[in-house]
Write a protein that binds this ligand. Structure first.
Ligand code: SAH
Length: 390
């Protein structure tokens, strides 16, 4: 249920945090701004459907990350870095973060004193706890807590987990992530499971996905489910198609599409994501999908050179968009349909200019509000060969 009172509240941390561009702007107005922006940007290509907003735009972030620090007076603080600095803004409750995740972070803050655990000091390199990351499965309700430490040893770790789970029995796994480098990157390379399986699972669009501490997984699952459904609908699958899922991450879109296609090829640059994708295929008993580790552009060039064919290309590149190698190979592969999922409107417009200049027409564009209170807007665009402009 939408909490109107809370929705119109301004955030007490807004000035220092800077995470929300539209803080204090009524939600309907935020949606109208995003709609107008997309309408203007997409004008050369066709009409834009009404933006899909959230019924309740608060507390949608199912991944919450807090940096830990200590004030001069010795008080533990946890939250985000102040804009353009490395001072931590102490955030007790955030209007867009999952409330249970915030409560867990508050409790960790309180437990540190009794367990004599020191926060890490970036200047001296002294201390232990750097960050806490909490991730909650939307349908499964499973919760993962990742404690990012400067060294692998957490004193009295079993008692610490016990004390934390006493207040939050819903926590299903606790992982220590070791980050001993002087870096602004949150996570290090090594994970040590101290409670549970070391990962959580969640269900989206009928498939089960494994989420490890460093896996990419959309932060707004409610909207992600709608967005993926739209992407699959735009692909127009009948069970006979060969589909490419480019920039596939942990294989989410391709795995969901595989149920409606003949076969799917997923390609992704990040090796850990590909490992997760292969695990996810097995976990869902899906056999008509193959995952390839590598650059999506090179993969497409290779396919085009070999004269291979694809009926549908689904692409979900990072904010920087795609590249010419990829786009020119799509033209050679000549799929019937292209589904472009984009988190960067400007690069989407740039890439659409190329595709529509080479024989494709935009048939549909639907914006999704994946990140309420921020200026970001995600889009699902369908393109077809040789059809009239919408
Ligand atoms: N479709 C996925 C992930 C989208 S995020 C999902 O919905 O969960 C974009 C992905 O593109 C990231 O996983 C990133 O690692 C990957 N990526 C970035 N550059 C790439 C490239 N040149 N080739 C292939 N994948 C790339």
């Amino acid at each position: 249920m939408q909490n109107k009172q809370e929705n119109s509240k301004t955030c007490p941390y807004a000035k220092k945090c800077g995470g929300c561009d539209y803080q204090g702007v009524p939600y309907e107005e935020q949606l109208a701004k995003k709609q107008a922006y997309m309408k203007k940007l997409m004008k050369p290509f066709g009409k834009v459907n009404p933006i899909v907003g959230m019924k309740d735009p608060l507390h949608y972030r199912h991944k919450v990350q807090a940096a830990f620090d200590c004030t001069r007076k010795g008080q533990v603080v946890a939250g985000v870095y102040e804009k353009n600095s490395h001072d931590v803004v102490d955030i007790e409750k955030c209007l867009i973060e999952n409330e249970e995740a915030d409560a867990i972070i508050r409790d960790i803050k309180n437990l540190l004193r009794s367990f004599r655990i020191k926060t890490y000091d970036e200047d001296t390199g002294y201390g232990l706890l750097r960050h806490v990351l909490v991730r909650k499965g939307y349908h499964s309700g499973q919760i993962m807590v990742v404690l990012v430490l400067a060294s692998p040893i957490l004193p009295s770790k079993n008692n610490f987990v016990k004390a934390l789970r006493k207040n939050h029995p819903e926590i299903s796994t606790v992982v220590i992530n070791v980050n001993d480098r002087r870096t602004s990157m949150v996570l290090g390379d090594r994970n040590i499971t101290v409670y549970g399986k070391g990962y959580i699972e969640d269900k989206l669009c009928g498939c089960t996905f494994r989420i490890s501490p460093s896996s990419f997984y959309q932060v707004n699952p409610e909207q992600t489910e709608l967005l993926y459904q739209k992407a699959i609908a735009c692909a127009g699958l009948t069970g006979k198609e060969t589909v490419i899922d480019a920039y596939c991450g942990t294989g989410t879109i391709g795995l969901i599409a595989s149920r409606f296609a003949k076969n799917v090829m997923g390609v992704e640059l990040n090796q850990d994501a590909i490992k997760d994708a292969i695990t996810n295929a097995k976990r869902n008993d899906i056999h008509n999908i193959r995952f390839y580790h590598g650059d999506a552009g090179e993969f497409m060039v290779n396919m085009a050179e070999k004269g291979e064919k694809a009926d549908v290309v689904i692409m979900d590149p990072p904010r920087t968009g795609s590249d010419e190698a990829f786009l020119s190979s799509i033209i050679k592969l000549s799929p019937k349909r292209i589904v472009y999922v984009s988190c960067g409107p400007d690069t989407l417009a740039r890439d659409l200019k190329y595709l529509t200049g080479h024989g494709y027409r935009m048939t549909e564009c639907t914006p999704y509000d994946m990140f309420p209170f921020t200026r970001h807007v995600e889009n699902v665009v369908a393109l077809s060969k040789n059809v009239k402009k919408s």
